[in-house]
Design a protein around this ligand. Structure first.
Ligand SMILES: [Zn+2]
Length: 181
């Protein structure tokens, strides 16, 4: 059994998913337990398929300019298979701070320290790629799915604390975006 960390207070400003979820995260070894704890916290114990790609959203987009385009194909195919198997209505994307894949793929543009300024830049960088992936999944959902898919992106820090980055609600409502402050 995985125990809750009493020091962690996750973002609860959004409604948690009601049904099966497709989860995308990075592969970072430091945060595997924290990801499971967060999903438990969101009421998702044993209710999500977990897809892991280095860099999460950045990986699923195939890198900055398609240098890892085969990762993008992998993501696209798993998105479809997960949908065929479980008809999920929600996608969760968990980005994280100090991501080695962002540093490797983006270089200095994806490498951040611990200063306030760097943390703001880091959050904005993850938001940028998360938004692109939301858009892409939204197009897929429109073309392939019979119902609407809700997409939420999060940013996890190295303690495992999670904040909402971006939320794409059902069609007909303007997207609610939390910009990096
Ligand atoms: Zn990472």
């Amino acid at each position: 059994m995985i125990h809750e960390n009493p020091w962690i207070q996750h973002d609860t400003s959004y409604p948690p998913a009601r049904g099966p979820v497709l989860l995308l995260t990075c592969m970072d070894i430091r945060l595997l337990d924290e990801v499971v704890r967060f999903m438990d916290h969101d009421g998702q114990t044993n209710r999500y398929d977990h897809l892991i790609l280095a860099g999460a959203a950045l990986g699923a987009l195939g890198g900055k300019a398609g240098e890892y385009c085969h990762w993008q194909e992998t993501f696209d195919e798993h998105l479809q298979i997960a949908y065929d198997l479980r008809q999920f209505k929600d996608v969760y994307i968990i980005e994280h701070r100090d991501c080695g894949a962002y540093a490797k793929i983006l270089g200095p543009e994806g490498t951040f320290g611990d200063s306030d300024a760097d943390q703001k830049k880091e959050k904005a960088c993850h938001l940028r790629y998360a938004e692109r992936l939301h858009e892409k999944i939204g197009v897929w959902a429109k073309e392939n799915a019979k119902h609407l898919i809700r997409i939420k992106s999060f940013l996890m820090d190295l303690r495992g604390q999670v904040t909402l980055l971006h939320h794409t609600p059902p069609e007909g409502h303007p997207p609610k975006t939390r910009r990096a402050r």
